[in-house]
Design a protein around this ligand. Structure first.
Ligand code: SF4
Length: 422
């Protein structure tokens, strides 16, 4: 019951908050402070398009990808001219490692332009070769996040990953081989696929425990409305009512050996440094570079054009390829901070009261009261901490947040004339 209420309230709120403004020419403000910001870099090329994926991605084309990286480098230089100084970089996709020498060159320029001290890169299991790993290490990559999704061969076949990215056994062997080569090695997993059973999830958890995976991020399936329709045809209905039982199963299996780095990210205890997937947790603000990337600066969400050729040509003309903006109201900014801070499983109310000059509790007293009554929080000075129940409520909230982002992506991909080739 509570789950349904949270789902419906979050859905309404995020649909409203993420309605991008029409007809207002987007403009990026100059930056004249040195607050830590992250550079999110989107590389939209993949060797295979997975049917459950709602990200902005297209089939890999080497010539286009080379032009694209050249454009990304122009975009970075424009941000530098506007005064931005990024301290971290997160390369996501798509598959950032699909053209290694270009990625390395782009990362090299980012490190030359900005005082970068952490580099996180997403990849797929078939790219975990000795040569690639060495190139990534040389490029200063601290954290590598591998899209595993599941080790179940039947499910890998259903989600069109078995042929390209390998069997469950091969993926586990590659992860073991790479273990210890980066400060943080993360496996991205998905739970609640149609056709996935508790026994399949249990087997995935067995393998993760057996290979002593350093970090595991367990995403609930988060698909846009359009992708849900496509999945219904290919894989069956997405059933959100099974999600809670799966999440409990994950918590039960991982809680002894792992600690929470976010509501859905688990870091092995005593495994050393732990960077996480959610740069939105570590950084209050981030710029989105690359086609279809979304940034958040000074209370404004910015989105770049999803049309890859237009993205390249705008930059060749020396213009930032912005397509849309959304200015958050003061209350939406506070809500966004609340959502992201608690996603890291703890929140310092005193700090937020100070940041928002005494308006934090006045704005969010209803949400705070409702989540407190639902048993979501425990207080250990000076922070509020999410309880295991609370972690699941935050999984729901973040799932709905990312579905709203994915719906926006679908809208822009349609406008850019991108058809789904799944
Ligand atoms: S899941 Fe990863 S590899 Fe598959 S289409 Fe999406 S971004 Fe590409």
């Amino acid at each position: 019951m509570i789950d349904r209420i949270i789902t419906s309230a979050a859905r309404k709120q995020f649909d409203r908050a993420l309605k991008f403004e029409q007809g207002i020419p987007p403009e990026l403000p100059s930056c004249d402070d040195d607050r830590p910001r992250l550079l999110y870099l989107h590389i939209p090329f993949c060797e295979e398009l997975c049917p459950y994926c709602s990200f902005h991605r297209v089939i890999f084309d080497e010539g286009l990808a080379r032009q694209y990286h050249a454009a990304v480098r122009l975009e970075m230089a424009l941000y530098r001219q506007k005064g931005y100084r990024f301290s971290g970089i997160y390369a996501g996709g798509g598959t950032p490692t699909v053209l290694m020498e270009e990625l390395v060159e782009t990362l090299r320029l980012a490190r030359a332009l900005f005082p970068i001290n952490s580099v996180s890169v997403e990849t797929n299991p078939d790219h975990l070769t000795d040569e690639n790993v060495e190139m990534l290490r040389q490029a200063g990559v601290n954290r590598l996040s591998v899209g595993v999704q599941t080790f179940d061969d039947g499910l890998l076949q259903q989600i069109a990953r078995y042929d390209k990215y390998g069997s469950g056994e091969e993926i586990a062997a590659r992860l073991t081989q790479v273990s210890g080569k980066f400060d943080t090695l993360n496996a991205d997993m998905i739970f609640n696929f149609p056709g996935q059973s508790a026994a399949m999830l249990e087997a995935d958890l067995d393998i993760l425990q057996k290979i002593k995976m350093q970090q595991v991020t367990f995403y609930p399936l988060m698909v846009s409305h359009l992708t849900q329709k496509l999945m219904r045809e290919k894989m069956g209905e997405v059933n959100f009512s099974r999600e809670k039982a799966f999440f409990k199963q994950i918590l039960r299996r991982l809680e002894g050996d792992y600690e929470a780095s976010s509501a859905w990210c688990f870091s092995r205890k005593k495994a050393g440094a732990s960077m996480i997937d959610e740069y939105v947790v570590d950084f209050d603000e981030y710029a989105g570079l690359g086609s279809g990337a979304i940034g958040y600066v000074n209370g404004v969400c910015y989105a770049n054009t999803f049309d890859i050729r237009q993205y390249i040509s705008e930059l060749e003309y020396g213009r930032l390829p912005l397509q849309a903006t959304r200015t958050f109201s003061p209350a939406d900014r506070i809500r966004y901070d609340f959502l992201m801070k608690l996603f890291s499983t703890r929140l310092n109310v005193g700090q937020l009261e100070e940041k928002y000059e005494g308006r934090f509790l006045k704005t969010l007293w209803k949400e705070m009261a409702a989540f407190t009554l639902a048993g979501s929080f425990r207080y250990f000075t000076p922070n509020l901490h999410l309880t295991p129940w609370g972690r699941y409520y935050w999984v729901i909230m973040m799932r709905e947040f990312f579905i709203a982002v994915n719906n926006f992506r679908d809208h822009c991909r349609r406008q850019a004339g991108l058809v789904r080739l799944t």
